[in-house]
Design a protein around this ligand. Structure first.
Ligand SMILES: [Zn+2]
Length: 113
């Protein structure tokens, strides 16, 4: 389950930021996760609870914002929305789609004290 290591990465960022921005506790975290990022939302929530135990983000509320997948279709020469990696273009059926969005994960906002 790679969500566990993703969450460890998040806690690492939170701890680094805590030093720079002088906060001691994280109350809420807003995470943006692309539909194509290969992240299981439920596994993410579970991992977050486990990984944050005993850290500055213990009991922090996790909000997950899912961002849609986007790709560029060369035959159509336009941006299309895709729900899965390797999906064909809904207009022309081409498989040459280049993913241009929705495959990232980032911390969007934090509430700290
Ligand atoms: Zn197309």
């Amino acid at each position: 389950m790679h969500e566990m290591s993703l969450c460890e990465g998040i806690v690492q960022v939170l701890e680094d930021q805590a030093e720079a921005q002088r906060y001691t506790r994280v109350k809420q975290v807003w995470l943006e996760i692309g539909t194509l990022a290969g992240v299981e939302i439920e596994a993410m929530r579970f991992s977050f609870d486990v990984v944050t135990r005993g850290t500055l983000a213990e009991h922090a509320q996790l909000h997950i914002i899912e961002t849609p997948g986007q790709g560029w279709c060369p035959p159509c020469a336009k941006t299309i929305s895709i729900s899965q990696r390797h999906d064909p273009c809904p207009d022309c059926g081409s498989y040459q789609i280049q993913v241009t969005g929705g495959d990232e994960m980032r911390i969007k906002e934090l509430e700290v004290e």
